[in-house]
Write a protein that binds this ligand. Sequence first.
Ligand code: SF4
Length: 167
Amino acid sequence: MYNARNVRPGFKYGFFAGLINTFLDQKILRGKAPWTIKHEKKDNETLRKKVNFKKITYPKPDNEITFDRLTSLSFSGTNHKEDQPCHLVLKNKNVPIEKNLELFDSPETRYCPANVYEVVKTESNHLKLQINFQNCLHCKTCDIKDPYQNIEWVPPEGGDGPNYSGM
Ligand code: SF4
């Protein structure tokens, strides 16, 4: 990853400048350039507000080539004890509904590959973010992508998590 660090940020100067930069960086310098090009913004600052977009309706999975998230998750062999403390910590419990849902239509319910985050109604008819931490694949996307940096991923109790049997 270190050797490819200049490729993506090189495109901030335009498509052709990015191509030339990639050629120099990867073919000539082989990823060993003595400089590092910075991204213009942090990843979580690039989310655009929901007013600017129409919701995309994706085709349903066919269960042959494409599968829903929970079926795909079952292939990971993920295992967390149900009674362990949640390892996905919200710094402020109000942000998911008051900010993320309101402004960004709860992006955590979409970028998380394991359906960990769900917006549900409480008995008193209020919305809250439910965290199904048992499903977590430890990709740390939420730690990086949350628009307000409100989600902190910490190592789960006992080192539980996905069983990466092929690694
Ligand atoms: S670390 Fe990845 S899988 Fe786990 S909750 Fe965050 S986005 Fe979902």
